[in-house]
Design a protein around this ligand. Structure first.
Ligand SMILES: [Zn+2]
Length: 58
């Protein structure tokens, strides 16, 4: 299971995500970023920042 706390990338955001599929997790995060943070342009820097915060849990 992969897990991401959006607050680790966007301070103050309480949203958390978890998914067994890392690609699906990133898709969910992308949707959330667009809907709640107005980030529709996922640049390589943004993707790298998010990826670095994804943790693998049992
Ligand atoms: Zn967020």
């Amino acid at each position: 299971m992969f897990k991401l706390a959006c607050g680790d990338v966007m301070p103050g955001c309480a949203a958390t995500f978890e998914n067994a599929d890392r690609g699906a997790l990133m898709s969910a995060v992308a949707s959330h970023a667009a809907a709640d943070h107005g980030i529709t342009d996922l640049t390589p820097d943004v993707v790298a920042a998010v990826e670095s915060k994804v943790v693998r849990v049992a």
